[in-house]
Design a protein around this ligand. Structure first.
Ligand code: CTP
Ligand code: MG
Length: 396
């Protein structure tokens, strides 16, 4: 395993990006831009040292941006040009344990790809220096000083060059030493090439773009949002109906409704909780209530239906799901639901373990039509929405 030193240049003024604070110290997704790339390098086992070039007056900001990271980055003062800032980093890296390789990176590129880092390091087995590149998709032309379009540039012979750029450390040190003190070259590959070193291209990554203008911050934020884990959502539907008969009251949506009517069923025949139970099971893809509580099993005779729903809610919790919402509609001519609706809602919310704002109970009639219209029975429909954080979602 090669011993690697990392140089991160963060000493620019960020003039094109605007703002009071130079872009590399501004926050992206709640973290200073600089920290994004430093974190990527710090977690590698082959990175022995990290040196950051910062503006003199921002040394403390650079230190704060990297708090808690190991190896603890060393902060040096950068120069007036990028080349000078790299020079300052290399100077610091040349003191101490000898390094095999150096990776030089722009702090303005927060999204460093681990794969690209590997490509650069691998390329250095044969070459002296390597850089990630992007092949242009568009046609390329020269722009003349008067703004007119000039000659075509052969697209197949061109590439946009990114960082991290890598080099064999002793060779690059020599290349910088050979450079005139005021030289200002576009990047480190240019320094290596000027010294006659063998430099090669590896494939870069469009997401490693350099934050240069204000709109690049917007682009970076959008990329962060896109890469955030997306919750999985599932909706389950439940339906049930039970016959009405003369009796001494009923339990509906877990609420006791006194009177001369009862619901007929094997359990307590709480048609509302049955529909909600089936909706939860449906969202889980866990069959239906009969699979879990077979009517043929005598232990469920006269059972309180909240036990069924408690069970389904437990299955949902075990799968990592959150109950986002439940919506229940009772369909009947009698009993009258309205006087009991708010108690039903409270009970449903309590069983589901959600605030009442996430449990809805509605009722309707069928205007005299059908079995509910004739008062022969009560029907219930329910829709339940479950969500999982992506990491815990059941495998697709
Ligand atoms: N850089 C540096 N020292 C300089 C100039 C630039 O360390 N004297 C760093 C920047 O901080 C940045 C990287 O080199 O991480 C790439 O430069 P660029 O995108 O041009 O950043 P700035 O020079 O800061 O921006 P601008 O040119 O818009 O002022
Ligand atoms: Mg610049």
């Amino acid at each position: 395993m090669p011993v690697i030193g990392v140089a991160i240049v963060a000493a620019g003024r960020g003039a094109r990006a605007g703002g009071v604070v130079p872009k590399q110290f501004r926050l992206l997704g709640g973290k200073p831009l600089l920290r994004w790339s430093v974190e990527r390098f710090a977690r590698r086992a082959d990175v022995a040292r990290i040196v950051i070039a910062a503006p003199f007056e921002r040394r403390q900001d650079a230190r704060a941006a990297c708090a808690g990271l190991l190896p603890e980055p060393e902060i040096v003062v950068g120069g007036d040009t990028r080349t000078q800032s790299v020079r300052a980093c290399l100077h610091a890296l040349s003191a101490g344990e000898p390094l095999d390789l150096v990776l030089i990176h722009d702090a303005a590129r927060p999204f460093v790809s681990d794969v690209v880092i590997e490509r650069v390091i691998s390329a250095l087995e044969d070459a002296d220096a390597a850089a990630p590149t992007i092949r242009p998709a568009d046609a390329l032309k020269r722009i003349e000083t008067d703004g007119l379009l000039g000659q075509d540039i052969d697209r197949d012979a061109a590439a946009a060059v990114q960082t991290p750029q890598g080099a064999r450390f002793p060779a690059l040190l020599e290349a910088f030493a050979a450079l005139e003190p005021e030289a200002d070259l576009p990047d480190d590959i240019a320094v290596a090439a000027r010294a006659g070193l063998r430099t090669v291209a590896v494939e870069g990554d469009p997401d490693m773009f350099k934050i240069t203008t204000p709109s690049d911050f917007t682009r970076a934020e959008a990329l962060l949002v896109r890469s955030q884990p997306r919750p999985r959502v599932a909706t389950g539907f439940g339906f049930d109906a039970h016959r009405l008969a003369a009796g001494d009251g009923m339990t509906l949506c877990g609420v006791l409704i006194p009177g001369a009517l009862s619901l007929v069923g094997h359990s307590d025949a709480d048609v509302a909780l049955h529909a909600v139970t089936d909706a939860v099971l449906g969202a889980l893809g866990e069959g239906d209530i009969g699979d879990h509580f077979p009517p043929s099993d005598p232990q469920w005779a006269g059972a309180a239906s909240r036990r069924f729903l408690d069970h389904a809610v437990g299955l949902a919790a075990a799968s990592g799901a959150t109950i986002a919402h439940a919506d229940l509609t009772l369909v009947c001519e009698r009993p009258r639901i309205k006087p009991h609706r708010s108690a039903m809602r409270a009970r449903l919310a309590e069983i589901l373990g959600v605030p009442e704002s996430r449990a809805s109970v509605k009722a309707t009639t069928t205007e005299g039509m059908g079995f509910t219209g004739r008062g022969e029975g009560v029907a219930a429909q329910a829709v339940v929405t479950l969500t999982w954080p992506e990491a815990e979602a059941p495998a697709d």
